[in-house]
Structure formats: structure tokens, C-alpha cells
Ligand binder design. Structure first.
Ligand SMILES: [Zn+2]
Length: 311
């Protein structure tokens, strides 16, 4: 019998049309006070907003939900978490992070099974998990899909000297280390690139110069895997104009949020959100001047309906 201290598993599974989708967690980023993360918000107003939603204003938590889509022909992994590097990655973000491979194995996958890694943007929590502790490729059989714009920007080590602080310097060093490890297996793409049948990249520059979201279509259903288009399911859905501290171009990031929010709401598309509460699957509904998050009701593996047990 499982110990009563057990928590829910760090992976789950759902169907999207003909595709089987698995979500594995890389762990949680503890970001500190909301007012530091969203510096353009009125401090009293953002604290009150969180309190109304039963959330602590001094402890913003960002999940890291990695999506694995089995198209029937290929396994496509979207983003990789912070990795386990002792100086970058988990060494920086703490022991709650860098859990991607352990979660993946718990869900029945090995890194060698992955055919494609599709990166939304080349920030630490999305591409630093491409290599292992020794900077060797963790996904030996995968090609790596990344926006050409982000590749050029974030692997450019000439930007290290002028970066404003050590953390920003590390952004360039980490992206360079992780992406260049894959040599010619990196595929540099732009708007409209087809990752696999049914999976297409859409350019959404703002949070990062080459940020991509991925449209995943199967059996008449559409889901938008939106990376860091939106970091927080209350703050940036209610206030898309409240810039996140790491937005590269604040006004552009806000414009892309409004554009994609309107698209998924009006077309009734599902959303897969990297940083939302696990597993990050849901829909948007208009709510006042912003939007509300409606998590999707997932099927459970109920013990007395399993074919493989005598329970
Ligand atoms: Zn992120």
C-alpha cells in the first residue's frame, strides 16, 4: 500500500484527437513576491488580485510542464526544463527542479525514445535540459527544433559582456552550451514550420525575440502549446499588459498575449501552458476585461477498472 504521505505523481496522460499526450513535470520554480516578477503592476493591486484568488502574494510559483506528444509515428517533446548542471540549471534553480528525466521515466519513456524536441524559446527553464551534467546531449536520437531568431540571439556569446547581471549572462552561456551540443541536429525554423504532421510553429516574438507557440491538431481538435506566452494563470490572463520581469520586449509580449488569447477563446482551442498549475491543460473564458482559466477535466486510472489487476 502506498504511504499516506505520497503526493500525486509528477506525470499524467490524456488524449488529444488521435494523439496520446503525456505531461511530465520538471518541478516548480519558486519566484518570490509577485510585485518583483511583474514590476509594472501596481503593488497593492497585484497583491489584492492574488488574495482574491487564494494565492500568496509573496510566493509566486511557476510549474514546469513538459508535453510529450505521441503522434503514432513520432514522439515530440516540447521544452526540456532547467537541466541538472551543477553551475547552471538545477544548481541555480534548486533541488525542486531538474526532474524532467525522472518524471519521464516514471511515465514510461527514456530520453532515447524522443524523436523531436521542439523548443518554444531558448530561456533557461526551456532549453537548459537539453544536455546532461557533463554537457552531453541528453536526447541522443532527437532533432532539436528552435526558432532561428532565438538561436542567433541567445547563443551569441558576444552579448555576455554587456548583459546587466550574472543571471542574464548565464542565459547566453546556457543556451550556447545546450544548443551547440547538438551540432547539425539543430533545425532552425520560423513561422509556419511543420514539426510533424499536425504540429506547426507560430511566431509570437515578445517574451523572447524568437518565441514560438505550437499548434497541435488531430482528429478535428486543436491545442496551442504556448510556452511563455503567459506565465501565470491569474495575473497575466487578467492583466496581459503587466509585463513579466524577463519579457524581452514588453509591449510586443502583451500584443502577442492578446492576439493568442483572442484566437484560442474565439476558436475554442485547448491550451497547454508550460508554467500553469500541473498539468497545464485547459481553456480560456472571457472574464471582465481579461480571461479566466478553465482546467480540463482529465480521466483517471481508477483501480477497479484496470484490466491488468485482480483488485
Ligand atoms: Zn519559462
Amino acid at each position: 500500500m502506498a504511504a499516506r504521505t505520497s503526493r500525486p505523481a509528477a506525470w499524467t496522460r490524456f488524449r488529444h484527437g488521435e494523439f496520446e499526450c503525456t505531461v511530465v513535470s520538471d518541478g516548480i520554480l519558486e519566484m518570490g513576491p509577485a510585485r518583483d516578477n511583474f514590476p509594472e503592476a501596481d503593488p497593492a493591486e497585484i497583491d489584492a488580485l492574488l488574495e482574491r484568488h487564494y494565492l500568496p502574494a509573496d510566493k509566486v510559483r511557476l510549474h514546469q510542464n513538459l508535453l510529450i506528444v505521441d503522434t503514432g509515428r513520432q514522439l515530440v517533446l516540447f521544452d526540456t526544463g532547467v537541466g541538472r548542471s551543477p553551475d547552471l540549471g538545477r544548481g541555480f534553480f534548486g533541488p525542486q527542479t531538474g526532474q524532467a528525466v525522472a518524471s519521464m521515466r516514471a511515465a514510461g519513456f527514456e530520453p532515447a525514445d524522443i524523436d523531436v524536441v521542439a523548443i518554444t524559446h531558448a530561456h533557461p527553464d526551456h532549453c537548459w535540459g537539453l544536455v546532461d551534467e557533463k554537457d552531453q546531449p541528453l536526447y541522443p536520437n532527437a532533432r532539436i527544433v528552435v526558432s532561428d531568431t532565438d538561436f542567433v540571439h541567445w547563443t551569441d556569446l558576444s552579448r555576455v559582456d554587456t548583459a546587466p547581471n550574472q543571471h542574464m549572462k548565464d542565459h547566453y552561456v546556457g543556451a550556447n552550451r545546450n544548443l551547440l551540443a547538438y551540432g547539425d541536429r539543430v533545425v532552425r525554423v520560423g513561422d509556419g514550420y511543420e514539426v510533424a504532421p499536425g504540429i506547426t510553429a507560430t511566431a509570437t516574438p515578445g517574451h523572447s525575440p524568437g518565441h514560438l507557440v505550437y499548434r497541435i491538431e488531430s482528429g478535428g481538435q486543436t491545442m496551442v502549446c504556448w510556452g511563455d506566452l503567459c506565465h501565470h494563470y491569474v495575473i497575466l490572463l487578467q492583466h496581459p499588459e503587466w509585463r513579466f520581469q524577463f519579457d524581452y520586449d514588453g509591449p510586443a509580449a502583451t500584443a502577442q498575449r492578446k492576439r493568442i488569447y483572442d484566437l484560442v477563446e474565439s476558436e475554442r482551442h485547448a491550451v497547454f501552458a508550460y508554467h500553469f498549475p500541473f498539468p497545464g491543460l485547459g481553456h480560456l473564458k472571457r472574464d471582465g476585461d481579461g480571461y479566466a482559466w478553465l482546467p480540463t477535466d482529465l480521466e483517471l486510472d481508477l483501480p477497479q477498472t484496470r484490466k491488468d489487476t485482480s483488485a
